[in-house]
Write a protein of this length. Sequence first.
Length: 153
Amino acid sequence: MLRDRREEVPLNKKPWFVLPVFNYVDGYLVVNWQGQYIRSAQHFDDVLEFSDVQIEAMEFLTTLANELSHGFRLEEGDTLFLHNHVVMHSRTEFVDFDAPDRKRHLYRLWLATPGGRSIPDAMLERYVGLTPGQRPSGISVESTKLCAPLTPM
């Protein structure tokens, strides 16, 4: 399926890329759903419109994921680790506070663990400079500004 890069476009690449939802690598199933990114790729002129069968499959996968989901609430100080290529996950919407001392402050950390589960070669298109056998450690393009503030902005 085609996916929107959401303005994280590497030099000389299209604003979308191809990545199947289901892949097998070294005998393991790797799922990369990203329904929002798949649906938003439709706004590019050079992307074919979904077929009725594709729309039905996406609706089914979304319904199934919601039926089998487990919800929980992260509280202040909580830490959650999950494997992006093993667990389908999402975050719910939230309303932030105006007061600086009450603002939401969420860190997203990509750990590229040595010896971790292999990723499909199709994922190499998403990560700048990644080669087969390497672990993804985030998405960095020319406009990326690295910043890890200890206090909310």
